[in-house]
Design a protein. Sequence first.
Length: 123
Amino acid sequence: MNKREIKFKIWDLENKEWVRQDDFAEWGDSENTLDGIFEETKNVEFCQFTGLQDKNGREIYEGDIIYYILSTNPLIEGKAKITWYNFGWEMTELNDEGSNPLLKLENIEIIGSIFENPELLDK
């Protein structure tokens, strides 16, 4: 069986920053749960790792905004945000023209995230 790594990044919606892993306890620690860490602010967003990397070796997470090239002849390119839909990861088009399954493509590059770069979501 092929194992996949389950990881998350956490965006603090109130402070508008990524929470450093050192700032929260390990999952197995019963005294220091994530609920306890975020007791004062429930205003966080968990972003799951897709298991894939972009062409530069950066891990692709839910909420990332990517630039992709599906074909070079004819040129098929675009920008999309990474979302979970039903049973898998998808590249949801920023121009609302649909979505495609997130595949391991050589021509994907992370250009931002929906949290740090909301201006990239503008059509």
